[in-house]
Design a protein around this ligand. Sequence first.
Ligand code: GLY
Length: 426
Amino acid sequence: MKKTLLSALGMLLFGTTAVAANPADAAADQLAYQVSQIPGPGKFPRALFTDYSIGEVAYQLEREPKDFYPQIELRNHPTLKEFNTVRYHNYRDWTSGFLPGSLWLAYELTGRDDMRRAATELTNQLLPVSYMKDTHDLGFMVNCSYGNALRLAPSDSIKAVIVRTADNLISRFDPKVGVIRSWDFGPWNYPVIIDNMMNLELLFNASRLTGDSKYRDIALKHADKTLKCHFRPDFTSYHVVSYTPDGSIESRGTFQGKADESAWSRGQGWALYGYTECYRESGRKEYLEQARHIADMIMERNVTEDLIPYWDLDARNEPTTPRDASAGALYAAAMIELSTMLPEKEGKKYLDYAEKILAALASPQYTAEQGTNGGFILKHSTGSLPHGSEIDTPLNYADYYYLEALVRLDRVKKGLPATSWDKIKK
Ligand code: GLY
């Protein structure tokens, strides 16, 4: 993207306020700093170790600490030494694709060669992911990294990685149950989480690359069954639905939200983004209707002034309640695309909402000063509050969906389709 357009985007987001930097350049500078801090190959920054207490978790859950502690494991609680340092993971972590992906998106926004070089290097480190079969997160891990590489710097070796990964992902589809299995751990028989809608993009891309519709067919079967089983009548989504071997519902609940019947904020974002994408890929009206219902539900139930949601849409409406900037970024990315699928008058409210979210994220309240925040772009996300994990911290996926929303907004303002996945060809 040319400088003049970047500046226009900056003006759009910041209006005439004193914030000078345009968000894409500022993000690329921050990512360059983050990459320079990585201690060695195979380490992927995920979050900062941020302090939190059992008392805070209990207050947010509106439960007594004795009711859930020590049953829940306070995973990744920072030691004094770790406090405010970067939490690194290896390639097996579900978030490993996000930094490579953010670098690709920053390259797309700025054309900077350092972004492309870092993106290529970190993407290549994820090759072993394409052989994994024990997780559904393969779409997050490989589509955000190799998928974006394929859009922006195509090569035959990338194609092979995408197709091999997609084969491994569909090996987790049981036709009797009718959905792709999410987790291989926990008390459930066959758990599927709403997050799994995000892994379908990899399958759509594999069908584009091979001309074989089997990946796409499985993606749409997964979307159909999830539409029937994951949603409450008010269009909020459960987080986890477990199925019996014959495909009927075993249980429904919410693992990372406030309560089984609450609307976990990021889960609603996965759902909105997922059905928007499925409509783009299939043209099936029921997906568009679902996406609109979810978007309307979010707009009604997200009560914060700046539109960056609390960690759960049913969380306490109080100034100290942790936010989830990652959910805000997801809402923005999805709503920008949704706005293009409707007549201009109907789509405008979603575009306006997304722009308001982006203006908040690009402000100093959420965007970190360069060289701080472990090199993450955004502050104030929440990973899994009920597990005492990653509360009010930067998260690499908040950065990814923020940059994706910036790319989408730029494209839409230029009259282009919000996404360019259709660039991927056989
Ligand atoms: N996919 C895991 C999460 O949203 O935290």
